[in-house]
Design a protein around this ligand. Structure first.
Ligand code: URA
Length: 203
């Protein structure tokens, strides 16, 4: 993914409700149309100060509730961290908007085709939300936002500007839930994000 405002093209929806309907009716991915219970567009404040981009709605979370990062443990942790850091005007979305499942019905990562099929939805959402900062949660989201050439380095996160977006990398909450990164360190990454936003607002 490169620069953001692809939504200004002639075919792009002019209004957020129109964009939501286009996403809710999307049938670009045959496998995902079968596996999903519903499409899960991004949700939150528009305009946003910060947008979080995760991977895909979870089987026990967004696929049930219709809201990204809600109803499962990843969502609970992400939302707790956002509240704790007192982040303003948050928008939350995913690289893909449908729950991908494997043959046993378990969550799987979206494949390259699914990610590419959903790219215009992500671009359009970010163009509508116009966040000052976009946080890629985990390696796949980071790669989608920053491209393959920018290493995913959430242990030394810093804001970088790429294609009109100000990007920040963080671990996916599922990584913290698995115990691979401490919740304390995660909380301090959110504090750093909060400082960045405050400084950006003061500029
Ligand atoms: N829920 C989401 O909406 N996205 C994720 O990446 C994980 C859980």
């Amino acid at each position: 993914m490169s620069a953001i405002p692809a939504v200004q093209s002639a075919k792009a929806p002019a209004l957020w409700p129109q964009l939501r309907v286009a996403m809710l009716e999307c049938v670009r991915c045959t496998a995902l149309v079968r596996s999903r219970s519903q499409v899960v567009p991004g949700a939150g404040e528009i305009p946003a100060a910060v947008a979080f981009v995760g991977l895909a709605p979870g089987r026990l979370g967004g696929d049930r509730t219709g809201i990204p990062f809600s109803g499962d443990r990843s969502g609970e942790l992400l939302r707790r961290m956002i509240l704790r850091a007192n982040l303003p005007a948050v928008f939350i979305t995913n690289v893909v908007r449908c729950n991908p499942r494997d043959s046993r019905g378990r969550n799987r990562d979206p494949n390259a085709r699914e990610i590419s099929n959903c790219r215009s939805h992500l671009r359009a959402e970010l163009a509508f939300a116009r966040p000052r900062l976009v946080v890629g949660l985990g390696r796949i989201a980071w790669r989608e936002l920053a491209g393959r050439n920018v290493p995913f380095s959430p242990r030394q996160p810093s804001a970088i500007r790429i294609g009109g977006l100000c990007l920040f990398s963080m671990y996916h909450p599922a990584y913290v839930i698995r115990g691979a990164y401490s919740e304390l360190a995660y909380a301090s990454d959110f504090d750093r994000l909060s400082d960045l936003l405050r400084n950006a607002a003061a500029d």
